[in-house]
Design a protein around this ligand. Structure first.
Ligand code: NAG
Ligand code: NAG
Ligand code: NAG
Ligand code: NAG
Length: 366
C-alpha cells in the first residue's frame, strides 16, 4: 500500500509460489485451496516503489502515489468527511471490493512489528474518549490479530523497534496506536463486508534483499493460519419460495449491528465471521417478517468450512425481490454517524468456547 514499505510485496510472491507448489503435495494446503478463493495483490502503489531510488529503513516519499497522496488516508471514512480526492489506485481497489465477496483480508505494511485492527478512526460512541475505538466484532478482530502475532516468529513478543515492550501480545487497536482517517481497514469492514487487519511486518521499511528470505520464514505459518480464519463463523444462502437466491437480504448476528448491515451477494450468499459460541442470526428481506435462527458455532477452521445455515423465505418469490430490494450501495449511508451502536452496547455477548496490500491478501469462501 505504501511504496517504500517493501517486505509485503516479496512475501506475497513467496506465498503464491508456496501455495501453487504445495498443492497436491501438502494435504493442508491442498484442502485450503480446494475450499477457499484467495486473491493476492502484491502492490497497490507501484509508482511509490519505483520512486524510491535507494533502499532506506525509514520513511521516504515512496510512501505516496504519483500524485503525492497517501493511499491509506484516501478511502471514504465512516466517522468524518474525508476531503482527499479518491485516487485511481483507491478507486480500483474499491471497485474490486464491491465486485467480489471478500470476507477476510490483510493489508501489509512496514515500519513496526504489530497486527493492528479496526477501528482506526472513531467517536465517543465507539470509545474514542477511552482511547480505544471498538467495533461490534472486537472479539473476532482480537482473535484474528492474535492468530497472526502468535504464528509469527516474534510479533507476539510485542517489542517496539527500539526493542522495548510496546504492543501487548503483538496486537493493537488501530485507534489506540494512533488515530487516522480514510484508512483501508475501516473501509473494508464498514463498506466491504470484509474483516481486514493491518500487518506491520518489519521495523526497517525497505531492508536489504538478503534479509527477505528470513522475512518469509518468519511470516509463512502466520499467513497460512490467518487465511484459514476465513472459515470461522457461519455462512449460507437466502432463498425464495422456489429456491432462487435472494440478493441484498440483510443477515446479521444479534447484538452486532454493522453500520451498513451485511447483505447477501448476487448468489444469495452471506458470510459472518464469529468466534465459537451461541448466536441468533437474523435474516431479513425488507417488507417481510425476519427469520431468526439460533446457531451453535463450532471452531470449523480446521475443516475449511464455516457452519452452514440457510434461510428460506416461503412468502417471497424472485421477481418481487429482484425489483424491490435496494442495492448495497444505495442503502448504505456515505457517512454513517454510528449512533445506533449505543442502543446495542448492552446487548448480550455470545459465549466464546475457544480461545483460543498494499499488499493485500484477500480471501473468500467458495
Ligand atoms: C481437492 O480437490 C481435488 C479436485 O476436486 C480432488 O481430487 C482432491 O481429492 C481434493 N483434495 C483434498 C485433500 O480435499
Ligand atoms: C475537510 O473540509 C471541511 C470543510 O471544508 C473542514 O471543515 C474540515 O476541517 C476538513 N477536514 C480535514 C481533515 O482537512
Ligand atoms: C468482477 O467479478 C467477476 C466474477 O468474479 C470477474 O469475472 C470480473 O473479472 C470482475 N471484474 C473486476 C473489474 O474485478
Ligand atoms: C432483524 O433485523 C431487521 C433488519 O435489520 C430488524 O428490523 C428486526 O427488528 C430484527 N429482528 C429481530 C428479531 O432481531
Amino acid at each position: 500500500m505504501h511504496g517504500d514499505e517493501t517486505v509485503g510485496r516479496e512475501l506475497l510472491l513467496h506465498l503464491i509460489d508456496f501455495l501453487v507448489t504445495s498443492y497436491s503435495h501438502d494435504p493442508v494446503i491442498t484442502q485450503l485451496l480446494n475450499n477457499t478463493r484467495i486473491h493476492v495483490m502484491p502492490t497497490m502503489n507501484p509508482d511509490g516503489f519505483e520512486a524510491v531510488k535507494t533502499p532506506d529503513c525509514y520513511y521516504s516519499h515512496g510512501r505516496y502515489n504519483k500524485n503525492g497522496e497517501d493511499l491509506n488516508r484516501n478511502f471514504p471514512d465512516a466517522f468524518e468527511h474525508n476531503n482527499a480526492s479518491i485516487q485511481p489506485e483507491t478507486q480500483a481497489v474499491m471497485n474490486w471490493i464491491k465486485n467480489e465477496t471478500f470476507v477476510l483480508s490483510a493489508n501489509l505494511h512496514g515500519g513496526a512489528l504489530v497486527a493492528s485492527y479496526t477501528f482506526d478512526n472513531g467517536n465517543s460512541v465507539t470509545g474514542s474518549l477511552q482511547g480505544y475505538s471498538k467495533s461490534p466484532d472486537d472479539d473476532v478482530f482480537i482473535h484474528l490479530a492474535k492468530t497472526y502475532s502468535y504464528n509469527h516468529a516474534s510479533m507476539h513478543k510485542g517489542l517496539g523497534c527500539d526493542n522495548r515492550p510496546m504492543f501487548s501480545e503483538g496486537i493493537t487497536n488501530g485507534y489506540s496506536w494512533y488515530q487516522l482517517e480514510g484508512g483501508m481497514q475501516d473501509y473494508n469492514y464498514i463498506w466491504g463486508q470484509c474483516f481486514e487487519i493491518t500487518l506491520e511486518l518489519s521495523c526497517c521499511k525497505y531492508p536489504p534483499a538478503d534479509q527477505l528470505e528470513q522475512f518469509w520464514r518468519d511470516n509463512k505459518v502466520a499467513l497460512i493460519e490467518y487465511i484459514k480464519q476465513v472459515h470461522l463463523g457461519v455462512k449460507g444462502r437466502v432463498t425464495d419460495r422456489n429456491g432462487n437466491p435472494i440478493p441484498n437480504a440483510i443477515v446479521e448476528a444479534k447484538g452486532r449491528p454493522h453500520v451498513c448491515p451485511y447483505r447477501t451477494n448476487q448468489h444469495g450468499e452471506y458470510f459472518l465471521l464469529l468466534l465459537p459460541g451461541t448466536y441468533e442470526i437474523n435474516a431479513t428481506v425488507p417488507g417481510f417478517k425476519s427469520i431468526v435462527k439460533t446457531v451453535e458455532i463450532p471452531d470449523n477452521t480446521g475443516k475449511f468450512s464455516a457452519l452452514k445455515q440457510d434461510f428460506s423465505f416461503s412468502e417471497v418469490s424472485l421477481p418481487f425481490s429482484e425489483v424491490s430490494l435496494p442495492s448495497i450501495v444505495a442503502s448504505c449511508p456515505k457517512t454513517p454517524l454510528y449512533k445506533e451502536l449505543e442502543l446495542f452496547s448492552a446487548a448480550a455477548k455470545p459465549i466464546p468456547h475457544v480461545l483460543a496490500l498494499i499488499t493485500v491478501v484477500l480471501v473468500i469462501f467458495k
